[in-house]
Write a protein that binds this ligand. Structure first.
Ligand SMILES: [Mn+2]
Length: 344
């Protein structure tokens, strides 16, 4: 775990070197990316720096809960499109990327060279597309960007109201699947402190209430889940289905399945005529990013995904089963134990 005080020291320097801050979450932001953006914006306010949050997505295309959050925060924070950067940027502008580190995942991709300094705070894996800057704080063991940003908010003594505290808590809840995975003592103590500052776990959880149609899509996958061994679960839509899923719903089906006694979960469905999307979630003992990389995707050990063209859902499922067959990676004694648990 990176020391929050070191991160703050670096941020202190960057904030004093710059007068304007642009904060960017990943495209199609989720609660973690938005919660972290809000937290960073509060830190800028505390340091009397002008700040903007850059989101290019058409709000109407975002999930209903994210759309609602954006409309709720609009009056308190300056949300802009990347096309407005040129007229707002100064000689001394800092870019802060939260919950993201790759250039193709940010709206400001075409403006990176215009910034005086770039600061990255994230918990995703890096690769050759990671934005190049010396001020990079990436810890893939960290539960969420919101956890680290919350600690910084506390260190800076930035003012949190109950709504903002709820958004940061929602970010942590999202990325830890309701504090059931990737949750360290430090995660829980940040959550506790957010509650002290006025966050209400019931309200934070209620932010996730989704539309009936989304729930049906998620349940449709969950209903069609195989547990080939107690090691993993695979949820699929059928090959001859004409339903096109939203990636978020496929991811949520994989998240949902984590509540069962398996180490990794996969959800597979079609997102357009020729693309099948796979979402993978793990609890730590199976690094799902390694498996998704075999399908041309990526992510981190707990959360990964891939998009596959030119293959049917059942072909992908079969390949996954082949890869995940315990005899491919387990020692004999472990296999015996597994067989015992299966009989039981
Ligand atoms: Mn995140």
């Amino acid at each position: 775990m990176q020391n929050s005080k070191c991160i703050k020291e670096c941020l202190d320097k960057l904030l004093s070197n710059n007068d304007t801050v642009f904060i960017v979450p990943h495209n199609r932001p989720d609660f973690d990316a938005l919660g972290a953006s809000i937290g960073m914006s509060l830190i800028c306010k505390k340091n009397k720096k002008k700040s903007y949050i850059v989101i290019d997505d058409n709000y109407e295309t975002l999930t209903s809960s994210i759309k609602k959050m954006i409309y709720d925060i609009k009056s308190d924070f300056e949300l802009i499109k990347s096309s407005e950067i040129n007229k707002l940027i100064t000689e001394k502008s800092l870019l802060i990327a939260v919950d993201v580190n790759k250039d193709y995942l940010v709206s400001v991709n075409n403006y990176l060279e215009n910034f005086n300094d770039i600061f990255i705070l994230d918990h995703h894996m890096t690769d050759e597309h990671t934005i190049k800057t010396p001020y990079t704080f990436i810890d893939h063991k960290l539960s969420s960007a919101s956890e680290e940003v919350s600690r910084l908010v506390f260190l800076y003594g930035a003012k949190l109201n109950p709504d903002y505290a709820n958004y940061l808590l929602a970010g942590i809840i999202l990325d830890t699947n309701k504090l059931s995975k990737n949750t360290a003592a430090s995660t829980l103590s940040v959550a506790a402190k957010l509650v002290e500052k006025g966050a209400d776990p019931t309200i934070a959880n209620n932010l996730f209430l989704e539309d009936y149609e989304h729930d049906r899509a998620i349940q449709r996958l969950v209903d069609n889940t195989d547990f080939p061994t107690y090691v993993y679960a695979i949820a699929t839509d059928s090959d001859n289905s004409v339903k096109m899923f939203e990636s978020e719903d496929i991811a949520k089906a994989a998240d949902y399945l984590l509540k069962y006694n398996v180490n990794a979960t996969f959800a597979i469905a079609r997102i357009d005529e020729d693309t099948v999307s796979i979402s993978a979630r793990g609890k730590g003992s199976i690094d799902v990013s390694k498996i998704m990389r075999l399908f041309g995707g990526g992510g981190n050990e707990f959360s990964a995904a891939a998009r596959v063209k030119g293959k049917s859902i059942s072909e992908i499922k079969e390949e996954l089963n082949e890869i995940l067959n315990p005899s491919n990676y387990m020692k004999c004694e472990e296999m015996e134990k597994l067989t015992l648990s299966l009989n039981y």
